[in-house]
Ligand binder design. Sequence first.
Ligand code: COA
Length: 181
Amino acid sequence: MYETKRLQLRSLVLSDAAQVEALAGDYEIAKTTLNIPHPYPEGGAITWITSILEDPNEGKTRRTFAITLDNMLIGTISLLIAEVHNRAELAYWLGTEYWSQGYMTEVAQLMIQIGFEEHQLHRIYAASFTENPGSWKIMKKLDMTYEGTMRHHVMKWGKPVDLVYYGILKEEYETKKQGAL
Ligand SMILES: CC(C)(COP(=O)(O)OP(=O)(O)OC[C@H]1O[C@@H](n2cnc3c(N)ncnc32)[C@H](O)[C@@H]1OP(=O)(O)O)[C@@H](O)C(=O)NCCC(=O)NCCS
């Protein structure tokens, strides 16, 4: 269990499934993600959470958390670690009613700390659709560096879309931390 100023991060449990389905089932969330189906299939969240709970890599090469506000699940966030490259990708979503209050920036900052300080990563990056400013603005606020745009890199619902990439290196994180002291 981890805490930020306003939120908590904890492991997912099977009883989160209904809330995951209720929130992630929103079209607005599926629209800008690659792995969240729409409509969200009934029982899909149970399958997803079970796959995490049974994954021997969870905690090692993948850290997945429920984001909670006053004990209520409001979204999830994952750090997907490529051990061989000592790097990880951040992936996240938040229920629409909680958007634009700085919540994901707050939580993603903690995930970066976990990645660099607990997992000794060298690099953390994130990618989003170019047309998803709510996501790439988080990356900018985290002092990640814009690394480029991969044109028509993925297909979303039959159409090619551009992805922007942002990243931060361990030394940049350390420099920023020193500056904050
Ligand atoms: C992306 C997402 C996690 C953002 O979470 P959030 O808690 O609202 O993010 P934050 O409030 O920390 O920061 C978002 C920033 O983008 C801004 N923003 C949000 N929507 C925007 C939009 N449509 N256009 C421009 N700016 C937007 C917010 O105002 C905020 O900027 P500010 O702090 O300068 O005001 C949330 O929108 C979401 O879950 N989207 C659907 C799933 C998704 O796209 N996940 C990411 C896949 S890469």
